[in-house]
Design a protein. Structure first.
Length: 352
């Protein structure tokens, strides 16, 4: 029994540090606090050699919950909006994906990070999903997480600043402040949602495709939502627990060497992120000039990543929310489809 006492203490320390970081990040309104807080806590324990083990089963279950969350966040109206103006959406979405792939290739060519890691880290999709998928395709998930969440924080900061300048004193932080961990729960839809998540997880163990728990549950969740069979019920505490497990799984893999490596690469990664933000601002300008989209809607629609944060900001701003979410969702879906192929293509070109 005495052998497990240090692990138990480390586990308590991990939880305590995670809560502390989450509270601090929420107070200063940084995005993805529920994932970043546990990840930072895991990094600290890993650096000081205080091991805690997160089982692959727990990580897979957390992925399945994230898949259900993404399915719930994609409204059926998005596909109709994309279909109505598909040339505009396709051109904008592929432009952002192409720009991010070029930046990832440049970072890999300059040996800032290895090829596939640089590509996945530069992918303009949902950060949690890109981080999960990157591991299945041979990238260093620690460095991918570093790149993805650095971009999420910068994009969110720029989006908030642009929105405040455009709208004056109106604050988009109202939606963040309204977050509650334990709200009312509808038990029957919740039980059905757990069945969908369990089905996705079990199918993934059988099919064994990369990032299976997340992707299969995403497909199942989208089907039941769009056909009207079920509205997925995902209480905040379940999402928080799942984000924490993913954050811990990533953070506990860090080492002192990886942290120092990431710190040395920070200026170049920061330059890459700011370049991508500037390029997306250029695309937003084209939308304003040639498609008649208002500037704030165009900017939020083309922001590279952080769709959940963009949704929060858009919901408290005078913008075309359906256009913003259609663009963000369409890009996320295409990145999910094209990400592995782009990563392999660039990695092979770098080897030759």
């Amino acid at each position: 029994m005495a052998i497990h006492i240090p692990l138990f203490r480390n586990g308590l320390l991990l939880i305590a540090l995670s809560l502390l970081f989450v509270v601090v990040l929420e107070v200063i309104h940084l995005p993805a606090a529920l994932l970043l807080g546990p990840m930072f806590a895991g990094i600290i324990l890993a650096i000081f050699n205080r091991p805690v083990t997160i089982s692959r089963q727990s990580f897979g279950a957390a992925q399945a919950v994230v898949g259900a969350m993404i399915a719930h966040a994609i409204p059926p109206s998005v596909f109709g909006r994309i279909a109505a103006d598909w040339p505009l959406f396709i051109s904008c979405i592929f432009s952002v994906i192409f720009a991010s792939a070029i930046l990832g290739w440049i970072m890999a060519k300059l040996q800032v990070f290895p090829g596939s890691t640089a590509i996945w880290g530069s992918s303009p999709g949902a950060a949690a999903a890109m981080t999960i998928m990157a591991e299945s395709f041979g990238a260093d998930v620690r460095l991918v997480a570093f790149m993805q969440y650095l971009r999420v924080m910068i994009v969110a900061l720029v989006a908030v600043l642009v929105t405040r300048m455009w709208m004056g004193t109106a604050s988009p932080d109202r939606a963040v402040a309204a977050f509650t961990l334990f709200g009312p729960l509808h038990w029957l839809p919740f039980a059905a949602t757990l069945l969908v998540i369990a089905a996705g997880y079990l199918l993934a163990r059988w099919v064994k495709i990369p990032s299976g728990p997340m992707l299969i549950t995403l497909v199942l969740g989208t089907l039941v939502e769009d056909t009207g069979l079920l509205t997925l019920e995902l209480p905040p505490w379940l999402l928080a627990l799942s984000y924490a497990i993913i954050g811990w799984s990533i953070g506990l893999r860090f080492t002192r060497e990886i942290v120092l490596y990431a710190a040395r690469a920070l200026p170049r990664v920061l330059l890459s992120v700011l370049t991508l933000v500037a390029v997306c601002c250029g695309f937003a300008f084209l939308l304003v000039q040639f498609a008649g989209i208002d500037p704030l809607t165009a900017y939020l629609a083309t922001s590279p990543g952080g769709a959940d944060t963009v949704a929060i900001i858009a919901s408290s701003s005078h913008v075309d929310i359906s256009f913003v979410m259609a663009m963000q969702t369409g890009r996320f879906i295409l990145v999910l489809i094209t990400g592995p192929a782009i990563s392999r293509f660039v990695a092979k070109r770098l080897e030759t």
